[in-house]
Design a protein around this ligand. Structure first.
Ligand code: B12
Ligand code: SF4
Ligand code: SF4
Length: 296
């Protein structure tokens, strides 16, 4: 794993009912959270799809940046760590699935990663780490073992949405709200407070699940004619009707959940300039979307 942190159970005091670690493991005392970074090569595949319209390249991201290798990598790390903790301590350890192909939400992985000190929320609602920005995928193990917690992240502020508009601009369905001072979702854990935009999931699913015809393997137009603009206030109904007609897409979450990801790919945090701009892998000019960005 590329990073690991431990959160004591007190950091989940403000978890909503049904999402608290003790709901899944009575007596849970610690949550171990770790991540695997998204390879630059998988990010490049999304750049090729987005900027060169090489649609087939996106599969590289699906396989090696999202539901394929990274989720399996997390799955095995989860399993081995849980076994290790049980063998060494005699306590119970519950591994948490990492997302598509292994089930969806049990614990909010973003809150768990924040609570374990791995990084902070970006305006795009993803957890940013100083090393990789949002380009990490997280796994977690809940355990009744009392482990020494790590401090909350206390490095430099990573996201300043008053200066950066990248995720808002790049999101094709306007699922990420425009930054407005004193608006957004506030989260306070372990004495650290962050504000993030809050993603509109109905809009995000239009892209992520390939539910617009350009992306959708079924060829079906999910959005009714009168709603051809995907930036629509009422996308939930057609989306759920679509899943009812195509239950495979809903329950298995295999092929169609790995589209888009532009908010993850283009976020400048995590040495984006060195990794992608300086290597000539993108034609998108950050200087147009980030105040004070060194002209490029
Ligand atoms: C299902 C899912 C999706 C769905 C839609 C989600 C939905 N809610 O309908 C779709 C497919 C659209 C999606 C999109 C993406 N996803 Co996704 N997704 C998930 C998954 C599997 C579950 C999320 C979920 O539904 N959680 C339940 C909700 C309710 O939790 P929540 O929104 O985080 O928290 C809310 C409350 O429950 C409460 N709360 C819950 N727990 C706690 C605890 C505390 C202490 C507090 C204070 C509050 C609190 O606060 C929140 C406000 O309501 C998670 C993995 C996971 N288990 O977390 C990945 C995950 C969030 N996704 C991830 C990623 C990378 C993406 C994409 C970039 C994928 C892509 N295409 O490239 C996009 C990004 C969208 C964006 N900008 O946010 C990563 C994020 C990594 C990171 N760096 O932060 C995760 C964590 C997967 C992983 N293993 O790493 N995703
Ligand atoms: S994954 Fe795409 S549609 Fe969803 S929030 Fe990110 S940029 Fe927007
Ligand atoms: S793209 Fe900019 S505003 Fe969005 S999360 Fe990253 S740093 Fe924050």
């Amino acid at each position: 794993m590329d990073k690991v942190g431990i959160a004591g159970i007190d950091r989940f005091n403000s978890s909503p009912e049904g999402w608290h670690p003790t709901d899944f493991l009575p007596g849970c005392k610690s949550v171990v959270v770790f991540c695997t970074r998204v390879p630059d090569g998988a990010v490049n595949a999304v750049l090729r799809e987005c900027e060169d319209h090489l649609m087939s390249a996106h599969g590289i991201y699906g396989a090696f940046g999202y539901v394929g290798a990274p989720n399996y990598n997390l799955l095995w790390a989860n399993y081995k760590l849980a076994m290790f903790i049980e063998e060494k301590t005699g306590c119970i350890a519950v591994p948490e699935p990492a997302g598509p192909t292994h089930g969806a939400g049990m614990l909010s992985m973003r809150h768990a990663a924040f609570a374990a000190g791995l990084g902070e929320f970006g305006w795009n609602s993803l957890i940013l780490t100083p090393e990789f920005g949002p380009r990490n995928r997280f796994g977690a193990v809940l355990t009744t073992a009392e482990l020494e917690p790590d401090p909350m992240y206390s490095g430099p502020r990573l996201c300043d949405p008053s200066k950066c508009r990248v995720c808002v601009t790049m999101c094709p369905t306007k699922a990420i709200p425009t930054y407005v001072k004193d608006q957004g979702r506030v989260v306070s854990v372990g004495g650290k407070t962050c504000t993030y935009g809050g993603t509109n999931w109905a809009r995000c699913r239009v892209m992520c699940h390939g539910t617009i015809p350009e992306y959708n393997e079924t060829g079906e137009n999910l959005i009714p004619k009168e709603m051809t603009n995907p930036i629509n206030e009422d996308l939930d109904k057609p989306i759920f009707e679509f899943y009812n007609r195509n239950p495979r897409m809903h329950f298995h979450q295999h092929n169609p959940t790995w589209k888009c990801g532009y908010c993850l790919v283009y976020c400048p945090v995590g040495n984006w300039k060195e990794r992608f701009e300086d290597r000539g892998l993108t034609r998108v000019r950050m200087s147009k979307m980030v105040d004070g960005w060194e002209a490029g």
